[in-house]
Design a protein around this ligand. Structure first.
Ligand code: URP
Ligand code: ZN
Ligand code: ZN
Length: 467
């Protein structure tokens, strides 16, 4: 497997320049002008194309048992959809139920990940606190190379943890050489409001959103940042949706704290008016936190531009309408929360970010590829184009046009929240560790080829290794 990609415009988080790239034995072997091809090299014409690192989606839920069902995409369909959209790495969440062992849950997650077509790693959720969990955290980090842990402040009664538990988790993960991710919405407020609405007979999708006002997200974001600062721990706030949360992250970053924010395409491009769609259509858009107002979209774009928010992930957690979203037709509390996005992210961000002048192409790569790799300890092996790095590469046609549709997407979900969105820019070839995995809209990858990346404890500068 050796390839020379000639004359593409290479886009990294720091540079845009025209050069040749040679790939050999799964890695980038050389970058330069007029590179000499060796016998057996395939030559690919990259002129009129961008060459970018494969996207890294740091927030997905594949085959997640959640709210009485299981998210519809597993590692096989999810990584296929990812590759078709120009993404070649992901981080899935291992989520135990209360009372479960972290290590046993991790074994189950590993077993169901063997259909992946590209590399991946895991975040470990902690949904409870006891001595066993305390003893398992260092083993998760040191034996399994998982250096990020997830805290849910929402989902009271199921996944949610209280402040005392949060503080234990912050200290234990800090001591083990790991960081923390947080779903920051005030779980008590959400629980109380959602139940009150339901008791009053307000059971439709709009009340899902009204039970989680932006201020409840801002409050929890600020509290999480403060608790992390007291514990001396780093924190990454997932799926930020609104100005109330951005303000807290921006203030912490201005103080020099190790705090990062992530948002997702749905919060940049969809708004809460969809919850009022006729019938049960609004149920398709139920996720947590909910979609917000148009003003919040502008605040999010500004935050991406100014580095108050550092990452665009997807929170890909797809549930079909038929048989899954429908479970909550009579009660919004029973609608499985989550949407798709792993296939759509790169093109939506290119179209609405780069083409519409909100961010430049380097920032697009930084937000979708490089920062996720840097923050979560995969860089420089992943997330950039550099000699010695894995040849996870995307040849991107900046002029290709597409219309997003469930008829053509690769997710198993039976609808697409971005249905009808016109995009400009698409991958024409995608390589996964040097092997061609997509070509001109056709998947040619290898399910099962993806490997779990083990990450080094934080603070230690070392390349990730594969399990
Ligand atoms: O609604 C969502 N976001 N579902 C997935 C689980 C989570 O909270 O991230
Ligand atoms: Zn969440
Ligand atoms: Zn999530």
């Amino acid at each position: 497997m050796s390839v020379v990609i000639r004359d593409a415009e290479i886009v990294t988080a720091s540079d845009i320049y025209r050069a040749d790239v040679r790939v050999q034995d799964e890695r980038i072997a050389a970058i330069g002008e007029d590179i000499r091809a060796e016998s057996g090299d395939e030559i690919v014409d990259g002129s009129d194309r961008l060459l970018i690192p494969g996207g890294i989606d740091p927030h997905v839920h594949m085959a997640l048992p959640f709210m009485g069902t299981v998210s519809i995409d597993d590692m096989e369909s999810g990584t296929k959809a990812a590759i078709m959209g120009g993404t070649t790495g992901l981080i899935d969440f291992v989520i135990p139920s209360k009372g479960d062992s972290l290590l046993e849950t991790l074994d189950a997650w590993k077993a169901k990940s063997d259909g992946a077509s590209h590399d991946y790693t895991f975040h470990m959720a902690v949904v409870d606190w006891d001595e066993r969990i305390a003893s398992e955290i260092p083993r998760v980090v040191h034996d399994h190379g998982i250096t990020s842990f997830k805290i849910f402040m929402a989902y009271k009664g199921t996944l949610g943890v209280d402040d005392e538990q949060i503080f234990h988790i912050l200290e234990a993960t800090r001591d083990a050489g790991a960081m923390v991710n947080a779903h920051a919405v005030n779980g008590d407020v959400q629980f109380l409001l959602a139940n009150r609405f339901a008791e009053e007979g307000k059971t439709g999708p709009p009340f899902h959103a009204l039970a989680q006002p932006p201020r409840a997200e801002g409050e929890a974001t600020g509290r999480m940042i403060d608790l992390a600062a007291i514990a001396g721990q780093e924190v990454y706030i997932v799926h930020v949706t609104c100005d109330d949360a951005i303000e807290r992250i921006a203030a912490a970053r201005a103080r020099g704290e190790r705090v990062w924010g992530e948002t997702c395409p749905q919060y940049l491009l969809l708004d809460d008016s969809v919850y009022d769609l006729p019938g049960f259509e609004g149920g398709k858009y139920v996720l947590s936190p909910p979609l917000r107002k148009k003003e919040d979209q502008e605040a999010l774009w500004n935050a991406l531009r100014t580095d108050q928010i550092s990452v665009v992930g997807t929170d890909h957690c797809a549930f079909s309408f038929k048989g899954q979203k429908e479970m909550g037709r009579d009660d919004f509390r029973l609608i499985p929360n989550g949407l798709l996005g792993i296939e759509e992210r790169m093109a939506l961000m290119y179209t609405h970010g780069v083409r519409e002048g909100r961010i430049d192409a380097s920032r697009w790569v930084e937000l979708c590829c490089t920062n996720p790799a840097k923050i979560f300890g995969l860089y420089p092996r992943k997330g950039t184009i550099a000699v010695g790095g894995d040849a996870d590469l995307v040849l991107w046609d900046p002029a290709a046009t597409n219309t997003i549709s469930a008829k053509t997407h690769h997710s198993k979900c039976d609808y697409n929240v971005f249905e009808g969105f016109e995009t400009v820019g698409a991958p024409t070839r995608v390589w996964v560790r040097g092997e061609l995995a997509a070509e001109d809209g056709k998947f040619v990858g290898t399910p099962g080829r993806g490997r779990q990346l083990k990450r080094a404890p934080r603070g230690v500068r070392r390349e990730p290794v594969t399990a």
